[in-house]
Design a protein around this ligand. Sequence first.
Ligand code: IMP
Length: 192
Amino acid sequence: MEICFATNNDNKLQEIRELLPDFHILSLKDIGHSGDLPEDQNTLEGNSHQKAEYVFKNYNVDCFSDDTGLEVFALDGEPGVYSARYAGVHHDSEANMRLLLDKMADIGDRSAQFRTVITLILDGKVKQFEGVVKGTILKSKAGEKGFGYDPIFQPKGFDSSFAEMSSEEKNKISHRGEAVKKLVQYLNHLSK
Ligand code: IMP
């Protein structure tokens, strides 16, 4: 089955393709789209829906889109929906991590979660799936793998950060992994 994953993030495309080996996942490039998709809502649910709807309306393909945020409880859910541009510039992971570590310098409760919302638009019908992984924000970076906030996030029950795990290990327990599992279960159930 062909389905477009409405993202420009090659890391995420690679992760999703590993998680969905039985599907032909089209990229935005594959459907002829270049540039960013609109995402100006103030919730993960809103942004995720906005991106999928844009692709469905403009390219008329089945698609799904994800939106993820790192939610730190002691900071009332920051950086949340603003995770990509927390320090002001889009996708400057080093600056984002530095700002978060600075803000948390005197905070004892370092609990946080990554949360992903996937919006699927299939034959025009909209469905959302959520995945969450709980953990803690480390005091300094550990590991070189992954992307974004991976070096400072340690999932609950593990001794290493996401950036110290292989992509297979991370996919098994990650927020996106959980949301994608729900998406896959739904798609498999429909095709029976
Ligand atoms: P997006 O909405 O899924 O693009 O994610 C927004 C931002 O959250 C990204 O730019 C990253 O900074 C961060 N992020 C998303 N997923 C992950 C992850 O799996 N690990 C670390 N950071 C992530």
